[in-house]
Design a protein around this ligand. Structure first.
Ligand code: ZN
Ligand code: ZN
Length: 272
């Protein structure tokens, strides 16, 4: 009686151990899938859609994270200097109209970009002629203004130089009491190369009062009345332009029609 009870206990323990061994051994994946498929039967309606949406949301999250990480640069924002700049907010501008290369400006946000480019002491402007974005004042050269108004348009100094060497300075500005001009290269190379000659008595002309301004303006307008083009080179100028030295240049207006005649001659030659 005691033995059969003991045997019963042994069998009970053996079965429990066996079950534990069977169920704790990892079954292979095929077996698990089959078991799940058998149990689950038909998927619930909308189940696939939910899984797809979840997958999409996760994929987007990863994508945005990677994009954000790739956008972060290892340099600080030029405006606030305490946040890292973002690649997508990099702006390309010119420091002077004479530069061939743009420079990079790095920012962390739209606000920082705006404050730096348009909110500070030296705002950037877009030249109406060459369409480049250029600093309004030269950061390397005494903060000279790097743009002029020409025909109601803001143009950079380089374009302004081309315009006045071609057409002479604006008569309207002279009539309004101004002395329109610009700094050329040392020795006023550009007007000389464009065929302008210095006007006797008006080179390195010192202007500090209205009398001198009048004399200078009168001479320039006189030359224009005679059909001459006038260009004015700034030599030295007090900060703010209150007084300074200027040089007047003049050049005869080209007699036109020459180009047209050449064109006609060429046309004749070419058609032969
Ligand atoms: Zn910033
Ligand atoms: Zn320009």
């Amino acid at each position: 009686m005691v033995d059969s009870r003991r045997a019963g206990v042994y069998i009970y323990v053996a079965v429990r151990l066996l079950r534990r061994v069977i169920f704790t051994t990892e079954p292979n994946l095929d077996v698990i899938y089959k078991r799940i498929l058998q149990k689950s039967g038909q998927p619930l309606p909308g189940y696939d859609e939910i899984i797809q949406n979840q997958t999409l949301t996760r994929a987007l999250k990863i994508y945005h994270y990677l994009q954000d990480r790739a956008d972060r640069l290892n340099e600080y924002c030029y405006s606030c200097s305490d946040r890292l700049a973002r690649r997508s907010l990099t702006r390309y501008v010119y420091e002077t109209p004479w530069d061939d290369q743009e420079v990079e400006k790095l920012f962390c946000s739209d606000d920082c970009e705006y404050n730096y480019l348009y909110g500070g002491d030296f705002s950037y402007f877009i030249c109406g002629k060459c369409e480049r974005e250029i600093c309004g004042q030269n950061p390397r050269n005494g903060w000279h203004i790097q743009y002029r108004d020409y025909d109601d348009e803001t143009v950079c100094l380089k374009c302004y130089e081309d315009l006045i060497l071609t057409n002479g300075v604006e008569r309207e500005k002279l009539e309004n009491g101004k002395i329109p001009g610009m700094f050329f290269s040392y020795g006023n190379l550009e007007p000389k190369q464009a065929g302008y000659r210095e006007v006797l008595g008006f080179t390195n002309f010192f202007i500090s009062n209205s009398e001198q301004t009048e004399r200078f303006r009168k001479k320039a307008l006189e030359l224009m009345d005679k059909g001459r083009k006038v260009v004015i080179g700034y030599e030295r100028m007090a900060i703010g332009g209150g007084e300074g030295y200027v040089t007047m240049f003049e050049k005869a207006e080209e007699k036109s029609k020459r180009g047209d005649r050449n064109a006609l001659q060429n046309q004749g030659l070419d058609s032969g």
